[in-house]
Design a protein around this ligand. Sequence first.
Ligand code: DC
Length: 239
Amino acid sequence: MNKTNIENSICCEALAKKTYAIALDGPSGAGKSTVAKLVAKKLGITYLDTGALYRALGLVCLNNGVDVKDGAAVEQCIKDVNVNISYRDGVQSVTTDGMDVSSMIRTPEVSMAASAVSAIPYVRQKLLGLQRGIAENSSVILDGRDIGTVVLPNAKFKFFLTASAEVRARRRYDELIAKGQTVVYEDVYSDVVTRDKNDSSRAVAPLKCADDATEIHSDNMTAEEVAEFIYAAVDEGLL
Ligand code: DC
């Protein structure tokens, strides 16, 4: 190999290793996970649903009869719990102490528990390293509440996806019904409003749009349209 070929090959290797992160924040029910999955598939990158981590710890507390608003009791309950993420065929699973809890964390009770425990600084600190570690080694899209502000403040791409509370509640209601759960729209709406309040008003890492994020209001957009918008912006930014 001559010198130019060697230089080219080193340069290509460096480019191939270059990873990037997309932060996708927003309130519950905005459609973040559907959109993130579409974008991840199109770009061939990893998707991390960070809410699943808070849900998993919320579930551990519920299963142990712990008051999810009691910071000291929650800390005691989860401090030795090993939370982990794994992927099979691109689908994320979350485990607590080796047990796959992915299918148990999608109930309204766990949603409220996750929102409550996520306000506890110890819980947020415990999950920070895991989220950053996943973003360190590969190109990723993370959805959550504080990705662009706290977890990955230097993410190359940041989006804040939102929609009105009515539209978000309707989407969540349809999703739960499709999964065969018995729910009432008014209860789902009230949970959405309560979670918005909890998630936005907590002292640590509250839900908020990062100053350098692009805000997307999706009341009149399909998930495919939002994903296409994000994909186009990322594609252009990677040139
Ligand atoms: O995205 P989700 O609905 O699965 O999240 C469940 C709860 O977890 C949500 O009410 C707030 C909390 N959460 C958080 O505080 N920070 C994140 N990055 C993700 C979720």
